[in-house]
Design a protein around this ligand. Structure first.
Ligand SMILES: Cc1cc2nc3c(=O)[nH]c(=O)nc-3n(C[C@H](O)[C@H](O)[C@H](O)COP(=O)(O)OP(=O)(O)OC[C@H]3O[C@@H](n4cnc5c(N)ncnc54)[C@H](O)[C@@H]3O)c2cc1C
Length: 428
């Protein structure tokens, strides 16, 4: 039996690992290359601050990070490399479960399995910067019940450079390439720079994939095809293959409020060491690197003095992905209203902790893409949307219809594990 896994991010890596561990001949096709962190070369882009007028240019110095700006000015961030978006993540590992009860989906065994492998742990208070501690105390005083989320980070190795999203040069933060390595040890094959262009199928049965590698178009027949190209990549591939997908997506929109405090040095801690969880968003201390480098209103504050608090919103699913370069997405009035509510709380926390203005909002961005191959309640026992051709499985965040406003890596992995286990026990 030959399995092909498209994408090596959170979903693809778990799928490849599980298939290979079960002795199935597995090939992973990954559009990106092996991941290299930028963090060691931060001086390179520091020097460019002020000359780089668009966040799009980040991929010139840091090829794994790709951005796309929608008409409404929402910047969509993707990680295109071995490990996908996990390589540019903050390492938070939480169970994001919005909408799962309504679907009848309980991923407890899969969460437990992955948590057992990654052993997530919160960052101890002694490693937080003083301003972050003061903001935590302010959030407590406001009755917001802040908590420290668990992270997939080795604290012994972490050097608190704060640049997790530019890749972890200390190799302290877990990313999905480690699961890919486990798969390779079991005999799986990884082809990097292999961009899948089409799922081959006829009579509602998938038969393999077409991909471009070293400028040559190639085909790979397979008995099981696991599509895990991320919310955007998966939707684009289904569309290119003439397979209609769910006509909306969500992205967990992030907006960071920037303030100023002399020598706060907030960058020298891990991002998001505590969180406040409200119904539709979380609030968390965070320096938004993209805004620091590319957002004009943020230009006049140095990294040393910059203090940021983010609002991560469970946004309204809408819009459409035709290809990675043809995406529409609307930020609704309700989304703006909730973002404003979150920003007002962030501002109160910051001011109580002695952070000064001017308070400026950063770039509206999103990086958790889901919903494009949504499961319905009827689909859950078989873990595949009913409209997929046989033998084709989706194993990434695309499966989840509800936006989370929460870190989504763990949920993606748990979904993928359930999909592969189902595919092997009840082949479609
Ligand atoms: C900046 C940032 C920070 C984040 N921080 C956190 C965090 O701290 N905690 C957390 O839980 N979540 C975080 N997330 C979200 C999390 O990383 C994603 O939800 C998760 O990685 C999604 O997994 P996925 O498998 O759906 O997609 P991805 O991880 O994006 O993987 C998709 C893979 O498919 C590949 N691919 C795409 N198209 C093709 C194609 N045509 N052919 C072959 N390969 C293709 C891509 O190169 C990529 O490797 C963050 C996201 C971003 C952008």
């Amino acid at each position: 039996m030959q399995a092909v896994v498209i994408g090596s991010g959170a979903g693809g890596a778990v799928a490849a690992r599980e298939l290979a561990l079960r002795g199935i001949k597995t090939t992973v096709l990954e559009a990106g290359k092996a991941f290299r962190p930028l963090s060691r070369n931060i001086a390179k882009i520091r020097a460019l601050r002020g000359f780089m007028f668009s966040e799009k240019l980040i991929s010139l110095v840091f090829p794994p990070m790709k951005t796309y700006r929608t008409e409404q000015g929402l910047v969509l961030i993707r990680g295109i490399s071995v490990g996908g978006c996990t390589t540019i993540s903050c390492g938070n590992l939480l169970r994001a479960e919005k909408g799962m009860r309504e679907l009848g989906l309980d991923l407890t065994p899969e969460y437990q399995h992955i948590e057992e492998l990654l052993k997530p742990t919160p960052v101890p208070v002694k490693r937080w910067r003083p301003t972050t501690r003061a903001m935590y105390a302010a959030a407590q005083d406001l009755g917001l019940a802040p908590f420290a989320p668990s992270k997939a980070v080795s604290l012994a190795r972490c050097v608190s450079c704060g640049l997790c999203e530019l890749g972890c040069a200390a190799r302290a933060r877990w990313d999905a390439s480690r699961f890919i390595n486990d798969a390779l040890k079991q005999g799986a094959q990884l082809i990097t720079g292999a961009r899948v262009t089409r799922i081959l199928h006829h009579s509602m049965e998938a038969t393999g994939v077409e991909y471009i590698h070293q400028r040559k178009k190639q085909q790979l027949p397979a008995d099981i095809i696991v599509l895990a190209a991320g919310g955007i990549g998966t939707a684009a591939l289904l569309h290119a293959s003439g397979i209609e997908n769910t006509p909306f997506f969500w992205g967990d929109i992030v907006l960071t409020l920037g303030g100023k405090k002399k020598n706060a040095d907030q960058l020298h801690e891990l991002p998001m060491v505590w969180c406040v969880q409200k119904d539709h968003y979380i609030i968390s201390p965070y320096i938004d690197i993209l805004s620091h480098f590319f957002h004009r209103p943020w230009r006049n504050v140095s990294l040393r003095d910059r203090v940021g608090v983010m609002v991560k919103l469970a946004d309204t699913p809408n819009g459409r992905i035709q290809s990675p370069r043809d995406i529409t997405k609307h930020i609704t009035d309700l989304d703006y209203k909730r973002l404003d509510q979150g920003i007002a709380i962030a501002s109160e926390i910051m001011q109580r902790a002695g952070v000064k203005g001017p308070f400026t909002r950063g770039i509206l961005n999103a990086g958790h893409f889901g919903g494009t191959a949504s499961l319905t309640k009827q689909d859950v026992p078989g873990m595949r949307p009913a409209w997929l051709p046989r033998r084709l499985w989706v194993a990434d965040l695309s499966l989840l219809p509800s936006s989370q406003g929460l870190p989504t890596m763990l949920t993606t992995m748990a979904l993928s594990l359930r999909v592969v286990r189902t595919a092997l026990s009840h082949p479609a």
